[in-house]
Design a protein around this ligand. Structure first.
Ligand SMILES: [Cu+2]
Length: 268
């Protein structure tokens, strides 16, 4: 009945806002339908009774117009008051990752919202047919290469503000982990920004929410929150695995390049 929440403060605020609107709507529904049901029963046709002919009631009409306007203005005021807590990332908690070294990133951007202290773990979310790639800070080369990354599962530290840059490598995808807040499109050529902060370790499931091709249904997304020390270890391990794979690829490439003529032909 209501949006999923419990994973991140912005998701909780979206849920609260939804519930406020829902409760007001329930009250209006019960009053309107109750009045209708009462009128149907109380003034139902009776033998010999002549129906009263009523042509307008100024007080009643002004009353329900003003009441509806007050409700709309009230909901708008509450929404605008709560929007900053949904859109703007808050600082990491005291038990969050220290973001020392390359995780401590400062950005100059008009669109990307950063926590008040400017510190967040910034992860690039790249949608591609049909997998999500997550690129972490820590490029070893000036052109951005060498940064640790993962596919399908984004691993993050708890109590730490995580800001996301959402992009696409091919077609439009949609990033959505319901428990961690709103849905954001990954559009080729554009950057979309959002954030979350997870207080409890756990696994949060999502799924590409825009039909992006034949294997769209398999384009799942998972966020796994672990303690900051575990995260630091995971990131270091991820870096090492990537470095090892790159080194192995380099050797294979050199081997291939060294094979010429007949040797290359006979090589399977
Ligand atoms: Cu997709």
């Amino acid at each position: 009945m209501t949006p999923q929440s419990g994973g991140s403060p912005n998701a909780n605020q979206i849920d609260t806002l939804y519930k406020i609107t829902l409760y007001v709507a329930i009250v209006v529904f019960v009053v309107v339908e109750g009045a209708l049901a009462y009128a149907l029963i109380r003034f139902r046709a009776r033998k010999g009774a002549a129906a009263a002919q009523i042509r307008g009631n100024t007080r009643l009409e002004v009353g329900w117009t003003v009441a509806a306007a007050v409700i709309v203005v009230g909901l708008a005021a509450i929404t605008f008051a709560m929007l900053p807590s949904i859109q703007d990332p808050s600082n990491s908690g005291p038990n969050g990752d220290s973001l020392s070294g390359n995780g401590d990133l400062l950005f100059a951007s008009a669109q990307r919202r950063l926590p008040p202290n400017g510190k967040s773990l910034n992860v690039a979310v790249i949608g591609r047919q049909y997998i999500w790639q997550f690129v972490y800070p820590g490029a070893s080369e000036p052109d951005g290469l060498g940064a640790p990354y993962s596919y399908e599962e984004m691993v993050v530290p708890t109590n730490t503000t995580v800001t996301l840059d959402i992009v696409s490598a091919d077609v439009v995808h949609s990033w959505w982990i319901p428990q961690l807040g709103g849905k954001f499109q990954a559009v080729p050529g554009y950057h979309n920004y959002t954030w979350f902060k997870i207080s409890r370790p756990g696994i949060y499931h999502g799924q590409c929410a825009a039909l992006c091709g034949r294997a769209h249904a398999r384009m799942i997304a998972t966020v796994r929150a672990i303690s900051p020390p575990q995260f630091d270890a995971w990131l270091a391990n991820q870096k090492q695995l990537i470095a090892e794979a790159n080194a192995a690829a380099k050797i294979s490439r050199a081997k291939l390049a060294a094979q010429t003529g007949a040797g290359q032909v006979s090589n399977p």
